[in-house]
Every structure is written in C-alpha cells, then in structure tokens.
Design a protein around this ligand. Structure first.
Ligand code: ASP
Length: 361
C-alpha cells in the first residue's frame, strides 16, 4: 500500500506544471539558490518588481540602488549571525529601505489620487503564526515597526488608519508630519499618471478603471514598483517574513493592497516557507499568492522554487497580474520568482556574501 502511495506521489510530482528555465525571473537560478551556505541561516530582501529594462537606470542610479540593497541585506544577516530572531532581521532590513527615498515604502512612498501618502505593512512569525498588519497610515515613519507592535503588543492582527496611528502613539512609535513622505519624483509620477488617465478617459469617453491608470506610470524608470520586503531563517530554525509599501501611484483614497494582507503579500509558516511579495496588489490578493506558495509545499510537497514559479509564472500570469516574490524554507532553500522585467533583490549567497540583482537574468 505504502509503495503504491509513494509511486503515485512520484507520478504526481512528475506531471506538476513548472515554469521553463527560459521564462523570466528566477527559475534558472534554482541551482545557485538551493545550495545554502548554512542551512541554519538565510536572508533575502526585495525592493520591488516592475518594468526595469536593462540599461534604463543610469550607472550612478544603479549603484545607489545596489548599495542600499546591500546595506539592508547585510544589516539583517548580521543580526541573524549574532543569534537574533529572524523577525529582528526582517524589521531591521525593512526599516533601512523604508528610510530611503529610493523605495516605495516609508520615505519615498507613492501618492494617492488625492495627493496623500497611505502606507501599508505586515510581518509574520513562522513559528507561532502570529502576525501583525497595518494599512492606510499617514504619519508612521516606519510602518513595519508598527506592524510588529500590533503583532506583539496587541491582541489583534490588523489595524488601519487613525486607530492604528493612535496605537502607534501609545506604543511610542515614531510619528512624522505628512510632509516627511513628500518626494519630487513620486509627486511628478502622480501628475503624469493623472494626466494620462485624463487623456485615456477623453479617448474612451468612459471612466477608466483606476488600475489601468497604473500602466503608463510603471513604464517610467522613476515610477517602478518599489515595495520592500524581507524573509529570514534564523538559527533557531524559525522563519519570518515582512513587507512594507506605499501602494500604487494614483491609487484611490483608502485603497489597501496586498502588502498588509496576511497570505497575499506576506506569509511565514515553519511548516512550509516565508514569502514576501511585490507587484500589482489586487492580483496578489485575489490569488492569495504568499499562502498559495506555502500550501503547494505543504500539501503537494513541491520544492520552493517550483511552487513559487507555479503561482507567479502561471497563475498570476494567466490572471493578468505582474510582480514577484522572494521565499525561503526551513532548510534554507531560497526562491526568487517574477514575471516582470526586473526585481530589485538581494540575498546572502552560498559563500556568505551578499548577492544584489536588479534585472531578469
Ligand atoms: N504590491 C503593492 C501594492 O499593490 C505594490 C508593489 O508591490 O509595488 O500595494
């Protein structure tokens, strides 16, 4: 009986749909990524996925992005090496990226249609399945820290808007004036998208769906996605994941994306993997992307890269969404998968050194 079960499992695995190595974003990287330097530690971060054609960034801009990603991945990894929990590494790396205007999180967040910044973030503990999420923040300097406070110092999983900010104040978490989040590049991006949206409306003579208005913005270098996230495996064998974002340029007031939705933009479970996502949030919510990858590993025994590619390159692709994920499992196997042209990402390679990448290989 057992033999038959094993045979049918093998047969099932053989027919599992997996992405071909020629597809963009990561599958070809399996070999490199699945040989961890130390199965007890692993750390990866991302700085968003989007339209990043090779050569579109000036060499100086590219250096700036890479330097910041390297700083963040090393900061998190050092904490893991010092024996700190993965949650500390995730929070520390994300805070560095939130404080940089290069990324669409914290300072550098994109603008809503009415010219505000509304920030979302979440974090999850793979050992206990405790999670914290915040959305629609306008004054919290580091949303990831508030998400962690919700997880660890409140009985709730998710808090939004004014209530979340009231809680931040009670917890002595840094609040800033709305002006702190204002950056010229993101403001210009909003003006451009609004103009293009109006032109489209005039052309079609019918209301344009807000999400469609994102398309022109995303084709410009400065308007790429820039959500940030991190996943960690610590020396206790525990997984953690976190994600932080300003959302999407020109989103309507009150819109919440996938980043703070546990199971969509963030998920961590020691039984499967830790995932942080970036991309067109509505699609990631509909598919429950982060949890779906974990479920494929849990219920279909899929390896991490195959699970990630199935969800991103087949399911997300088919639905018309774009973006990508970083993921790590309890053995330290890492996966990167995206169906966009590029994804800002960094991880600690098999030799213990940081690897920083932007474009599809
Ligand atoms: N996923 C984010 C959102 O939809 C955006 C991004 O990742 O760039 O809010």
């Amino acid at each position: 009986m057992k033999g038959i079960a094993a045979l049918s499992l093998m047969a099932a695995l053989l027919v599992l749909p997996v992405a071909s190595p020629s597809q963009k974003g990561g599958f070809a990287e399996i070999k490199q990524l699945q040989s961890p330097q130390n199965p007890k530690l692993g750390f990866m971060i991302h700085g968003g996925a989007g339209v990043i054609p090779k050569g579109s960034l000036s060499p100086e801009r590219e250096r700036e992005y890479k330097a910041k990603l390297e700083e963040a991945v090393l900061a998190g990894y050092k904490l893991l090496q010092a024996g700190k929990p993965g949650l500390d590494a995730v929070e520390a790396a994300i805070r560095i990226l939130e404080d940089s205007p290069l990324f669409n999180a914290g300072k550098g967040a994109v603008f809503t249609n009415d010219g505000k910044n509304e920030l979302d973030a979440s974090i999850m503990n793979g050992k206990t399945l405790a999670a914290g999420a915040v959305a629609g923040l306008r004054h919290v300097k580091n949303p990831i820290t508030l998400a962690r406070a919700v997880m660890e110092r409140s009985p709730h999983v998710m808090m939004v808007g004014e209530g979340a900010e009231k809680f931040a104040k009670e917890q002595n978490i840094d609040l800033v004036d709305e002006k702190y989040f204002w950056t010229q590049a993101r403001w210009d991006a909003l003006q451009l998208v609004i103009k293009e949206e109006e032109q489209q409306k005039a052309k079609a003579n019918e209301p344009t769906k807000p999400s469609v208005a994102e398309l022109p913005a995303r084709s410009l270098p400065e308007n790429r996605f820039g959500t940030v996230g991190a996943v960690a495996l610590d020396k206790f064998g525990d997984l953690a994941a976190g994600t932080s974002t300003g959302g999407m340029t020109n989103k309507r007031y009150g819109r919440v994306g996938d980043a703070p939705i546990i199971g969509a933009g963030t998920y961590a479970n020691n039984d499967s993997c830790a995932v942080s996502a970036t991309g067109w949030g509505e699609f990631f919510i509909r598919l429950g992307v982060a949890r779906d990858i974990g479920a494929l590993m849990e219920y279909r025994a899929m390896p991490i890269q195959a699970a990630a590619d199935l969800v991103i390159k087949q399911k997300l692709q088919k639905l018309g969404g774009d973006g990508g994920i970083i993921a790590i499992d309890k053995f330290g196997n890492m996966a990167i998968s995206f169906n966009s042209d590029g994804m800002y990402r960094a991880y600690i390679g098999p030799d213990g050194k940081p690897v920083v990448e932007i474009y599809a290989q």
